[in-house]
Write a protein that binds this ligand. Structure first.
Ligand SMILES: Cc1cc2nc3c(=O)[nH]c(=O)nc-3n(C[C@H](O)[C@H](O)[C@H](O)COP(=O)(O)O)c2cc1C
Length: 180
């Protein structure tokens, strides 16, 4: 694919979501892209959607049933997007995606999508190492999802308390560019 011009960013309930703003800026600058954001209900307990609206030209989708420019956002967003980035990706969202659950705007959109989807896991390392989480990651990769290697504390990115780090904004962009 040539450089993505429409990036759909999915936010999920990880503590590292508190550091998301520089990532949004870096991704937009790096790819010179348009961006819509979607959030799980859990993500909205970490940061309010209203604070994100000012970081992008697009819209922040928080609800499967909301209408507006898009009548059925979880389907239309997949046609709009060149790539879907899930950052940070919680263990719960890895599980939902691996097993085809679709109860919120993020999981439903990813399930509906035929669009390259890249997930950046972010969780306490004890969680990440669990067999069931690793099995979910294997399933995701077998099914064609792109999963960043690990939420390793040595990436030099964010690491709040024991949240496991996500890579730096530059590394996130480098990784995305490898696949799109
Ligand atoms: C303060 C706090 C921090 C959390 N941090 C993480 C985290 O870094 N990674 C993770 O996988 N889950 C974390 N969780 C648990 C998720 O928020 C929880 O599993 C939630 O259901 C995720 O939902 P979602 O995947 O639909 O966004 C945290 C929960 C709380 C209350």
């Amino acid at each position: 694919m040539s450089r993505p011009t429409n990036i759909l960013l999915g936010l999920t309930g990880s503590i590292n979501l508190l550091n998301i703003y520089p990532y949004i800026t870096e991704i937009q600058n790096h790819f010179n892209c348009r961006m819509h954001i979607m959030m799980t209900p859990s993500a909205q307990t970490f940061i309010p959607a209203s604070t994100l609206i000012h970081s992008i030209d697009g819209k922040v989708f928080v609800d499967l049933t909301e209408k507006g420019e898009f009548k059925m956002p979880h389907v239309e967003l997949t046609h709009w997007a060149d790539v879907i980035i899930i950052l940070p990706a919680s263990a719960n969202t890895l599980a939902k995606t691996a097993h085809g659950f679709a109860q919120d705007i993020v999981s439903a959109t990813v399930l509906a999508a035929d669009t390259p989807t890249i997930l950046f896991p972010s969780m306490y390392l004890g969680m990440w190492k669990k067999n069931n989480v690793q099995r979910n990651v294997e399933i995701l990769r077998e099914d064609g999802f792109i999963v960043y290697p690990s939420p390793n504390p040595n990436h030099g990115g964010t690491s709040i308390i024991t949240g496991g780090s996500i890579p730096t904004p530059k590394e996130v962009c480098r990784f995305i560019a490898e696949y799109v």
